[in-house]
Write a protein that binds this ligand. Structure first.
Ligand code: ADP
Ligand code: MG
Length: 691
């Protein structure tokens, strides 16, 4: 069961039921038929007959069965589950969970219900699966819900879960939580007196206790990780002469905003302190995080150590490189650039330099974490747009130095609860304001059929000497149909709506040279309209861009759209973002897009996004599940998280109880790179992402 994260009995014991069924009282078929269509109930029925139908539409199969109970009979259908039919033999009993189709009083049938077949002779296990509130599990590692229920019942009966409770008794008493073994039993096999509403809301004492435990252990593990890092002495000392604030600021073409100033004070404090920094810098798109990063990098290099900045795309690496080089050349500082691809003379020379002890600054993509890149004297690591990297990659870069300082920057803010659980091993600092004189960005949501409005805006911007982006969703750059769509649209626009304008196209599959040339032409204003895939999503900074059109906006996440929208309104001219969507837009998508129309505040947006989509998806598919919470849900359980946080603080202020620390290591040590001792090579999340 490794791929599902179930490796131990304890993993099995903390497998969360998807829902519960009250099998002490079944609904009858007659009762279900009186309910509004779609309202679900749990039924105990017997098969009268069944058959498999294949429709003319290729691939569609329908399994039909007639079922009965004491109240009458109904038709049941399942779509595309042809294998069911061989189990549906006359006389067989089964439990259904589903609702009636057919609205407005028209006769319906029970459509696509979940089902559990009962064995021909139920007597042996009746008390496990019947006559009580039973858990229904997600299919896990090929085991059906029924098999899992049986396994869990056996495990609990054999005394599993009776290991000493890792939570201190005082804590349980103070938070009024049951002890572990009892909670596990009640999670899987709730007794008759359980409150059904609490059960559905995951708020029974047993559920609360286990959720609390999971979150507390996570917070404790993160605390241990921070502590471990603080114990490692940093390898470099900040030289006071080299890094006065005035000196560092003299390189910037502007003065810091109050928010930047505050963030810098905190970060500078870390850099000048005795132990390595590990910080997450949060701020809305275009709030000016790069300036802070530049000052940190400069401070490190001027103090005689090496500093590295890792970014997710080549385009962004080049942009940072050009800017920092321009800033730092007067100081006589060289800035290296390391990208993927075949080694060149220049990249070989750069690698040789990094392997030495000379202070230097390097900017790069994932190329920086390849095996053949060694640092002789790495003192500071900055990671920009962290959402594109996995924890493992972050650690791999840091692992190339001896306890280097680490500064991680978000693309757009993420909610505190998420930052706490996901990046809780990092200290948090935020920039809440933006540079002065910024234009407003208006956001307009349009159905595809009204795209002409957007093209008109693109044309008039270009005519007035401004620039525009048109973005196509290419979730998977290797999917050629998507790519073809973007290329075709590019050709169409050039010949039609945007004829006569200078257009350019970039996507991840263009040869690097070509992509680079197009980007450079756009940055220099020679190209007026850049048609692009999401390769432009992160970081790109072009002051003259005032219009952004996003095609199929409904396919993007909120945070990503906000990040895209951050490509415009960077200068002082009012800008407009057009979000085009298909003509049939679902309610949920409409709601999501409406949030963007309403607000431009990334912090508020992040909260909405978390609420609408849940924690797993917020950071994109790639990171889904990597957080690895089994029972807790940080949206639903924010309050419990808060309690756990308070308790973790109290506990860590004294001495962390050893059993608790051990349990935290057992549960989270591996994914957090805590327990194994080989910190540079372990981590959660698949993380990857090359442009
Ligand atoms: P992000 O936080 O999204 O990485 P950037 O660091 O790219 O934002 O900054 C966005 C733009 O704002 C850049 O063009 C940068 O030069 C400019 N900028 C940053 N800080 C200031 C400031 N204090 N005053 C004026 N402009 C600033
Ligand atoms: Mg940035």
């Amino acid at each position: 069961m490794a791929e599902t994260g179930i490796l131990t009995v304890d993993d099995l014991l903390t497998l969360a039921p998807r829902r519960y069924e009250d099998r002490s009282r079944f609904m009858t078929l007659a009762q279900l038929a009186c309910r509004p269509a779609g309202e679900k109930g749990t039924l105990l029925v017997e098969i009268r007959s069944s058959r498999l139908l294949r429709t003319r539409r290729r691939g569609l199969t329908i399994t039909r069965a007639t079922v009965t109970d004491s109240s009458g009979e109904e038709e049941v259908v399942w779509f595309n589950q042809p294998y069911l039919v061989r189990h549906l033999t006359p006389g067989r009993r089964l439990i259904l969970f589903g609702g009636m189709s057919g609205a407005d009083g028209r006769p319906g049938c029970i459509q696509n219900p979940e089902m559990e077949l009962l064995p021909k002779d139920e007597s042996g296990e009746a008390s496990v699966h019947m006559g009580r509130v039973v858990p229904v599990y997600p299919r896990t590692a090929g085991f059906s819900s029924r098999q899992l229920r049986r396994l869990l019942h056996q495990a609990l009966a054999a005394g599993a879960g009776h290991a000493p409770d890792p939570l201190p008794v005082e804590l349980l008493r103070r938070r009024d939580l049951p002890e572990r073994a009892a909670a596990l039993r009640a999670l899987h096999f709730p007794t008759g007196d359980v409150d059904p509403e609490e059960l559905v809301a995951c708020r029974t004492p047993a559920q609360r206790r286990l959720i609390y435990e999971e979150l507390l252990l996570l917070l404790v593990a993160l605390h241990l990780k921070r502590q471990k890092r603080r114990r490692g002495a940093r390898s470099w000392t900040c030289l006071p002469a080299a890094g006065t604030d005035a000196d560092l600021k003299s390189f910037l073409p502007f003065s810091l905003t109050p928010g930047q100033e505050k963030a810098w004070q905190i970060i500078a404090g870390d850099l000048r302190g005795a132990t390595p920094m590990a910080r997450l810098l949060q701020g809305d798109v275009a709030c000016g995080k790069t300036a802070i990063a530049a000052m940190a990098l400069l401070l490190a290099v001027k103090s005689g150590t090496q500093a590295a900045l890792m970014v997710p795309t080549e385009i962004l690496a080049r942009q940072h490189h050009t800017r920092l080089e321009r800033l730092l050349a007067p100081a006589g500082m060289r800035v290296g650039l390391l990208l993927g691809g075949r080694p060149t003379d220049a990249s070989r020379r750069l690698k040789a330099e990094l392997a030495g002890l000379e202070p230097c600054l390097v900017i790069g993509t994932h190329a920086l974490i390849q095996k053949d890149v060694r640092f002789g004297n790495l003192g500071l690591v900055v990671i920009d747009e962290q959402h594109r990297f996995g924890v493992a990659q972050r650690m791999r870069l840091a692992g190339k130095g001896r306890h280097p300082d680490l500064l991680v920057m978000t693309a757009t803010p993420i909610p505190r609860s998420l930052a706490l659980t996901r990046y809780g091993d990092l200290d948090l600092v935020e920039i809440r304001d933006r540079p002065p004189g910024r234009a407003t960005v208006r956001t307009e949501i349009l159905p595809r059929s009204e795209a002409a409005t957007a093209w008109e805006a693109v044309r008039s911007a270009a005519t007035a000497g401004r620039q525009a982006f048109i973005v196509y969703p290419l979730v998977d750059e290797s999917k050629s149909s998507d790519l073809a769509a973007a290329c075709a649209a590019y050709a169409d626009l050039g010949a039609g709506a945007l004829a006569g304008l200078r257009l350019g196209l970039v996507h991840g599959r263009l040869p690097a040279r070509e992509r680079q040339a197009t980007m450079a032409a756009f940055m220099a204003g020679r190209i007026q309209v850049l048609v692009a895939t999401t390769v432009i999503e992160v970081g790109l900074d072009v002051e003259d861009a005032t219009v952004l059109v996003v095609e199929h906006a409904e396919r993007f996440g909120l945070a990503q759209l906000h990040q895209l929208r951050g490509r415009i309104g960077r200068g002082s001219r009012p800008s407009t973002c057009y979000l085009l969507h298909g003509d049939r837009l679902g309610d949920e998508s409409r709601q999501r897009l409406a949030v963007l129309e309403r607000t431009f505040d990334g912090f508020e947006l992040a909260r909405e996004d978390l609420r609408l989509r849940g924690a797993g998806e917020l950071l994109g598919v790639r990171q889904h599940g990597s957080m690895g919470l089994r029972l807790a849900d940080i949206v639903r359980d924010e309050e419990i998280l808060q309690e756990a946080r308070e308790d973790c603080l109290t506990l860590s202020a004294a001495a962390m109880p050893e059993e608790l620390a051990q349990a935290a290591r057992r549960r989270w040590g591996q994914p957090l790179g805590l327990g194994s001792g080989r910190e540079s090579e372990v981590g959660v999340g698949p993380g990857h992402d090359h442009p």
